[in-house]
Design a protein around this ligand. Structure first.
Ligand code: ZN
Ligand code: ZN
Length: 198
């Protein structure tokens, strides 16, 4: 693994700035890997790790920096629960740990550095130094990851009977005997305008 400062440099480059959320995310991922006993996430342990993140904020980018888990590799899964928490899954031994950021760490940062008025700077400094147990709680969990959710899964591509678009990884659904994409089955998050100009 890299040093903490090296991770900070990487996080700043990828995220565009360094902030308390990044420091927290780095610490969270390092703790998760420590609990799993994984030491080489970018080398020997590269293909055994899948990470679930529960918020789409600063900390999430930092988690990817440490774990190497990326959305485009299917090794990063997003569950929009609005929580600063992540679950690190070791596929090889089928073990997973969920790490949760403690709300009390903000108060602890105030106690540690009352002289630093800027909250972000105060937390950045404190989050670097606080012991893991003051920053996080954790729980061992079981995560059922189907083969279609694993990196490297190859499956047939299906065409939606309604819109004609292609669907991979068994994300199609069958409604009244028709094979549909999830959008046509009712999960559409957009409304087509049916208008060339937009
Ligand atoms: Zn940020
Ligand atoms: Zn469709």
């Amino acid at each position: 693994m890299k040093t903490f400062d090296e991770y900070v440099t990487d996080a700043e480059r990828i995220h565009g700035h360094i902030c308390a959320g990044q420091i927290l995310g780095l610490r969270m991922a390092i703790y998760g890997l420590k609990l799993l006993g994984l030491q080489d996430p970018e080398g020997a342990d590269r293909k055994r790790l899948v990470t679930f993140v529960e918020i789409d904020r600063c900390a999430t980018d930092a988690v990817t920096v440490v774990t190497g888990c990326r959305m485009g590799k299917r090794a990063l899964k997003f569950r929009d629960f609005g929580k600063v928490a992540a679950t690190f899954c070791d596929l090889r031994v089928n073990r997973a740990v969920r790490v949760i950021a403690l709300e009390s760490s903000k108060e602890r940062a105030r106690e540690m550095y009352p002289q630093i008025e800027n909250r972000n700077l105060q937390q950045m400094r404190a989050y670097r130094e606080m012991p893991d147990t003051e920053l996080f709680s954790f729980e061992w969990v079981r995560v059922a990851i189907g083969p279609e959710d694993l990196p490297g899964f190859k499956g047939p591509r299906i065409q939606c009977a309604e819109c004609g678009e292609s669907i991979s990884f068994h994300r199609e659904v069958v409604r009244d005997g028709r094979t549909l994409c999830r959008a046509c089955a009712g999960e559409r998050y957009y409304e087509p305008l049916g208008d060339e100009s937009g």
